[in-house]
Design a protein around this ligand. Structure first.
Ligand SMILES: *Cc1c(COP(=O)(O)O)cnc(C)c1O
Length: 483
């Protein structure tokens, strides 16, 4: 039997199912409609002794997950920070699985190693990071943090005469990590690194947006002066989209010998836009940067990027030698920069996305999502009973809904906000998530998908308006019947 006849039934099935799924995203429910019991009931088929034909596996798989997928690949999904997949990027990702290479080293996949080399250079250029920086293609920003902060740990300890790769952490000089508002993945990274979340000292912020002032940073740096220090800065807060002031803060940290790491999971992409790049002024002076491909670049899951200004501690933290591994003298071995041993050719989907969009396309994507987010925040915020909590220049924003009940308290508004979110999600017309920001429940608005257009924004606005109207109506009649 030829390979074609072995593979074509299942692959043709997959292609047809994929196209039907992509088509359905514009009209189908964005929320899951199948219950946990239904999904378990359908998917927990008996594991047969002899297996089933490949095309049957695919058909049944697609049937069984029906109603159990969110429409996050489509244009009406605004919860969390999730992108979709660009066509070339999705197709390239299929080919990566088809080629099934181990992209650990040049010797195990020459083409994929070269693609990563090129992708790293393109990304540095687009994100306006130093061309001399080293990089790694990771599974996401969490793992990019782990990569970058492994390098940071190596470097700040080396400056204190301590070789963490050989000596470990026990009895080494304690590292102090200074941070303002941050994503929880950072705390988790510090646990993975053996530093523990207890190594963090919070720098007092100047305002609700978590801005850090040079004076408060300097005061904290002074308090730990003489110790190995890592400073964490944020490029795009998960709730507000706020940025730290890199131009002012980074030189101060460097004057105290601190390593500066930037979490730019989505916010670093503002550097691809001439209009928005002022938000990142001075960010190129940092020591490491972490960002994502599966969020704003719209590469399929999972894909993140780590960049380190000085390649030496990065390589020292990651590289290993084993007698059976053939090392290249001339090409880049991904293995020297990554956490994984065996790994997929993670650069290929990014390569395809960057080529499909081009510089202008990426800039347009970033500006378009930001414009849609702004439009959602201001138009929802203008509805009766709604208020704008945070508008940003980028793709994030916060709104809150006020309970119409006379004498309603902030706690009632919190509960009402959650009810509005639940009601919108229940309609399946748009998907938003909730968050607690400065002690108040809010609805988060995040626009990351290349597909989101004006019509999607209108549908989402309509869904929120109706949910708000019907819930406000319910509370009014409840109020009347109680009187
Ligand atoms: C999503 C996110 C992360 C974690 O990234 P993953 O790709 O999910 O690992 C870290 N920081 C910020 C600001 C994020 O938005």
């Amino acid at each position: 039997m030829s390979a074609y006849s072995n593979f074509s039934p299942a692959l043709n099935k997959a292609l047809n199912h994929a196209l039907a799924y992509l088509e359905s995203l514009d009209t189908d429910s964005v929320c899951a409609t199948a219950s946990l019991d239904e999904l378990r009931g359908r998917l927990n088929r008996s594991l047969d002794e002899h297996g089933v034909p490949s095309e049957q596996v695919i058909d049944e798989l697609v049937g069984d997950v029906e109603g159990g997928l969110l429409g996050s690949a489509g244009g009406r999904f605004f919860a969390w920070v999730m992108g979709g997949s660009l066509p070339a990027s999705l197709a390239a990702d299929w080919l990566v699985s088809t080629w099934d290479q181990n992209a650990a080293i040049y010797a195990s996949s020459p083409a994929e190693a070269v693609i990563e080399e090129i992708v790293g250079n393109w990304l540095k250029e687009l994100l306006r990071l130093p061309q001399s920086a080293s990089f790694a293609l990771t599974t996401g920003c969490q793992m990019a943090h782990l990569t970058c902060l492994s390098a940071a740990r190596n470097s700040v300890l080396a400056r204190h005469g301590w070789d963490v790769e050989a000596q470990g952490l026990v009895q080494g000089p304690p590292i102090r990590v200074l941070s303002g508002q941050r994503h929880a993945s950072i705390d988790r990274t510090l646990r993975f690194l053996g530093l523990g979340s207890g190594c963090i000292t919070d720098i007092p912020s100047m305002d609700e947006d978590g801005s850090l002032g040079p004076e408060s940073l300097e005061a904290v740096l002074r308090a730990f002066s003489g110790q190995p220090i890592i400073l964490l800065l944020s490029a795009g807060d998960i709730n507000t989209g706020a940025y730290h002031n890199f131009r002012d803060l980074i030189p101060i940290a460097h004057a105290f010998g601190a390593w500066v790491h930037v979490d730019g999971a989505f916010g670093l992409w503002a550097n691809a836009s001439e209009k928005l790049r002022h938000l990142l002024d001075g960010v190129e002076e940092a020591d490491s940067w972490a960002t994502d491909g599966h969020k704003w670049l719209n590469v399929p899951y999972d894909c993140g990027y780590a960049f380190v200004a000085d390649p030496r501690p990065h390589q020292a933290a990651m590289s290993v030698r084993a007698s059976y591994i053939a090392r290249s003298e001339v090409a880049r071995d991904p293995f020297d920069w990554n956490l994984e041993w065996s790994r997929r050719g993670r650069g290929v989907a990014t390569y395809a996305a960057l080529r499909e969009l081009g510089r202008k396309g990426i800039s347009d994507l970033v500006e378009r999502c930001s414009r849609h987010a702004h439009s959602l925040v201001t138009r929802i915020g203008a509805l009766k009973g709604a208020e704008i909590m945070r508008e940003s220049e980028i793709n994030q924003g916060l709104v809150r809904f006020r309970s119409p009940d006379p004498g309603a308290t902030e706690t009632d508004h919190d509960a009402f906000t959650d009810r509005v979110i639940d009601e919108v999600v229940r309609t399946g017309r748009a998907f938003f998530g909730g968050t607690t920001w400065n002690g108040k429940r809010c609805m988060r608005i995040s626009v990351c998908n290349w597909k989101t257009n004006d019509a999607d924004v209108d549908v989402a606005l309509g869904a929120v308006e109706e949910a708000l109207g019907s819930l406000a109506g319910v509370s009014e009649t409840m109020g009347e019947s109680m009187r």
